[in-house]
Design a protein around this ligand. Structure first.
Ligand code: HEC
Ligand code: HEC
Length: 209
């Protein structure tokens, strides 16, 4: 009896560990329908946000788990952006997972080596974002090939407190504008690269436009 309940407890805790992996069952076909409007901005290479002006982030090849984290942050206004808020706030958790599975499209494979010389300030970043800008955990966004002006905008938003994330607030706090410019330049030059979602929509591989 005793050992049976111990076994039950063990199987329950294994189920709890395995359960997050079930998110892999996200329905990308359903996500394609839900994500139709997203291409209007994220599909078009070099589509610009206005006020401030920067390139809309590439989502193709991004970790699906991170895309869900980002959508939740817009919905609960840890990240402020009027258009992204109005999209995210109407989405359920399964909606977010399905759209993320579809838009992310494919996994970018880490190469373990950087292109060009990493700036000094990147020493701390590589532990999570990799030397080649491929996040080492699904919650750590890929930075490889992302638009440099978007990366600058993101880092300044963490530093200024407009974007709230405890880890990145701590990382961005000591960075000068020059550090931010160099980091953004470095990571935007890494390959394999994130891409605009039109490449995913057209069934192509994510090749960095
Ligand atoms: C009108 C243009 C527009 C549309 C349509 C749009 N987005 Fe966005 N999206 C943006 C902009 C601009 C940002 C960057 C905002 C910021 O500064 O945080 C963004 C950011 C994001 C991010 C965060 C990316 C990152 O690297 O952190 C995700 C995820 C996202 N959008 C998903 C979606 C999804 C899913 C849809 C469709 C349901 C969608 N977007 C529709 C303009 C748009
Ligand atoms: C301990 C792990 C860790 C370290 C170290 C780290 N980051 Fe991050 N980074 C994260 C996480 C987690 C997020 C997502 C936070 C969120 O949800 O906003 C993130 C987000 C970002 C983003 C936003 C990406 C996007 O698509 O919007 C940029 C840019 C970034 N980090 C750059 C850096 C740079 C540059 C450094 C070094 C100075 C660094 N990070 C160090 C974990 C880390």
């Amino acid at each position: 009896m005793h050992s049976r309940s111990a076994w039950l407890a063990l199987s329950l805790s294994i189920a709890a560990i395995v359960a997050p992996g079930l998110a892999a069952a996200a329905d990308a076909a359903r996500g394609e329908k839900l994500g139709y409007t997203c291409h209007g901005c994220h599909g078009i290479p070099k589509y610009k946000n206005s006020y401030p002006i920067f390139n809309v982030p590439k989502l193709g090849g991004q970790h699906a788990a991170y895309l869900v984290v980002a959508l939740k942050a817009y919905a609960n206004q840890e990240r402020a952006h009027p258009t992204m808020y109005s999209h995210a706030v109407t989405m359920s958790e399964p909606d977010m997972q399905d759209v993320a599975a579809y838009l992310s499209g494919q996994e970018l494979k880490p190469t373990g080596k950087g292109i060009g010389t990493a700036p000094k300030a990147a020493q701390t970043c590589v532990a999570c974002h990799g030397i080649d800008g491929i996040g080492i955990l699904p919650e750590y966004p890929n930075l490889a090939g992302q638009h440099a002006d978007y990366l600058r905008h993101a880092l300044k938003s963490y530093r200024g407190g407009q974007r709230k994330n405890a880890v990145m607030a701590g990382m961005a706090a000591p960075l000068t504008d020059r550090d931010i410019a160099e980091l953004a330049e470095y990571y935007s030059n890494q390959r394999p690269s994130l891409c605009s979602t039109d490449q995913i929509r057209n069934g192509g591989r994510c090749e960095g436009t």
